[in-house]
Design a protein around this ligand. Structure first.
Ligand code: ATP
Ligand code: MG
Length: 451
């Protein structure tokens, strides 16, 4: 395999034995979002570079250091592969005039994101996010609804011990005073700041708080906190959020150090953090961005949202030993001997699939022994062999793979009903063994006898 081309560093293949886990979390995410009235949108994977510069911010690490940029033709437009979902979502809702409709507008999305970072556990160059965005409400109830949605979704997946941290990073009014205080503070450390942060010192000193260089992080430890500079309006909003979080019973901690890595945030910012993730501990990040829509050319409209990293979510589920339900196995493997039987198996299998059963038959011209080995490997519940005599009599032995038990049935007439009964019986057994519900189990057992 010396000259084989490999997948790019920091990307992952999701194969058949894992994709059910993705489907599980994606379904729960979309289903939970529906409970809160969020509708899915789909936007392009790449957008104009200017969009990310203007929204995410051209002094952020994401834009300055982590963007994948593409140019189809020299001298033509420069595009960026999306590093997050909010910029594209905001562009789409403005461009499609969705803000002219009844507000609030609630949307959600499942997307792949691209950031040129150093790959490690929980940090990839292509990763996936479930995100939600809400537009039109300035009320702290909106902040709490969005936080509740993330919390609810984690709860439905069975996640334990995930901490919510909140902070307020103010609005342009109070932030101006804060930026001044920050600048004065960092001026004292000019000699030790990295080159990027020296530039940030002039243009956007708050971004220094988010710098990954250990030296800058050390200096930033004692920097003034935004929370001490909030204006009356921002203070009240933050209190309103906390009051509502208490009312719904979601526990939280204030972390005055959260600033978030993207420029568009105002007022509330929040993170959900798990101890099971090691260094990459943040699974969800979000907040309010009241100035963003206007900044992107739309009418002044408050907004807020979050992004959940799906790879990190799966890592936590695994670390916490939460078992994701495996897809139901194959109902029936239809083995065949000879061409006529193979043709019969082919048409019978299709009929049964039309009835909603999972059925497989031989496509490899295997020996009967090899076919049965395959049936075992795919975990089929039942198998049946069709050969010359079976075609003649219309009867064949149906074998329960778990017990080896066999009984003869008229396969044209009774196969469908037999599989159906088998599945009902399995449900009844599960109800009885797992939940001790004998009454309900018997209801299922009896259901199969009535026609
Ligand atoms: P971090 O501080 O870990 O770099 P971030 O603040 O850059 O995260 P956001 O931009 O808020 O992350 O993105 C929201 C979520 O997306 C994160 O909480 C995380 O779960 C996930 N995420 C971000 N970057 C990556 C990455 N490179 N690989 C995997 N997941 C990521
Ligand atoms: Mg990051």
């Amino acid at each position: 395999m010396a000259n084989m081309i490999k997948a790019p560093r920091g990307t992952q293949d999701v194969l058949g034995n894992e994709s059910y886990q993705w489907q599980f979390i994606e379904n729960i995410a979309l289903e939970t979002a529906k409970l809160y009235g969020f509708e899915e949108i789909r936007t392009p994977t790449f957008e104009d570079m200017a969009l990310f510069k203007r929204s995410v911010g051209d002094t952020t690490d994401v834009v300055q250091k982590e963007m994948y940029q593409v140019q189809a033709e020299k001298g033509k437009e420069l595009y960026g592969l999306r590093p997050e979902g909010t910029a594209g979502a905001v562009r789409a809702i403005i461009q499609n005039g969705l803000l002219n409709e009844t507000l609030p507008l609630k949307i959600c999305y499942l997307i792949s994101c691209f950031r040129h970072e150093r790959p490690q556990a929980g940090r990839y160059r292509e990763f996936h996010q479930f995100g939600v965005e809400m537009f039109g409400s300035a009320s702290p109830s909106a902040d709490v609804e969005v936080i509740c949605l993330a919390h609810h979704l984690f709860e439905r997946m069975g996640l334990k011990e995930i901490q919510l941290y909140i902070n307020s990073i103010g609005c342009p009014t109070c932030r101006a005073k804060y930026q001044k205080a920050l600048k004065a503070y960092f001026e004292g450390y000019r000699e030790r700041l990295c080159g990027t942060c020296l530039e940030r010192l002039e243009r956007n000193p708050m971004r220094i708080l988010d710098c990954k260089s250990p030296e800058c992080a050390e200096i930033a430890k004692d920097a003034p906190l935004m929370l001490h500079y909030l204006c009356e309006d921002c203070k009240q909003h933050f209190e309103g959020v906390q009051e509502r979080l208490k009312a719904v019973g979601i526990s939280y901690q204030i972390n005055p150090k959260i600033v978030r890595g993207l420029d568009y945030y105002t007022k509330t910012v929040f993170e959900f953090v798990s101890n099971d993730l090691g260094a990459q501990s943040t699974v969800c990040g979000g907040g309010r961005y009241d100035g963003l829509v206007e900044q992107m050319g739309g009418a002044s409209t408050p907004g807020l949202g979050f992004g959940i990293g799906l790879e990190r979510l799966l890592l936590i589920l695994k670390a916490q030993g939460i078992e994701i339900p495996k897809p139901a196995p194959c109902d029936l493997y239809l083995a065949s001997i000879g061409e006529q039987a193979q043709i019969k198996a082919c048409s019978l299998a299709e009929q049964l699939r039309q009835e909603g059963f999972r059925v497989e038959c031989d496509l490899m011209n295997r020996s009967i022994k090899a076919q049965m080995k395959y049936a075992n490997k795919i975990g089929a519940n039942m198998s049946m062999v069709l050969g010359e005599s079976e075609l003649e009599t219309g009867k064949a032995n149906l074998k329960l793979m778990k017990t080896g038990e066999q009984h003869e049935i008229a396969f044209e007439q009774d196969l469908c009903r037999t599989i159906y009964d088998y599945n009902l019986n399995e449900v009844a057994n599960a109800l009885e063994h797992q939940f001790g519900d004998e009454q309900l189990a018997n209801l299922f057992r009896n259901a199969k006898r009535e026609d």
